[in-house]
Design a protein. Structure first.
Length: 91
């Protein structure tokens, strides 16, 4: 096992809500869960990302809020060597 594999797996699991228990969640979700079996709630890398997304969602339309984090990442982020391209090859 690679040294970074367990934390990476945990992060991906959280981001994709892989540990959800659909049977338990459906009781809480009610008809929403019945109408959308297997529904997962995506996570975030950290609480800072959650906060940024919440603030952006309050300031602009949902569509624009969904696009803004990528714009911020392109402007202020650092390139990751050998990272796969995302979003139609415009990584």
């Amino acid at each position: 096992c690679l040294p970074g594999a367990p934390p990476c797996r945990a992060q991906l699991s959280s981001l994709s809500d892989l540990d959800c228990q659909p049977a338990q969640d459906s009781a809480v979700l009610g008809s929403l869960g019945e109408d959308r079996p297997g529904l997962r709630l995506p996570g975030a890398v950290d609480t800072f990302e959650q906060g940024v997304r919440a603030i952006l969602g309050q300031l602009v339309s949902v569509v624009r809020a969904a696009r803004l984090p990528a714009k911020v990442a392109r402007r202020d982020g650092e390139a990751v060597p050998d990272a796969p391209a995302v979003g139609g090859g415009r990584g």
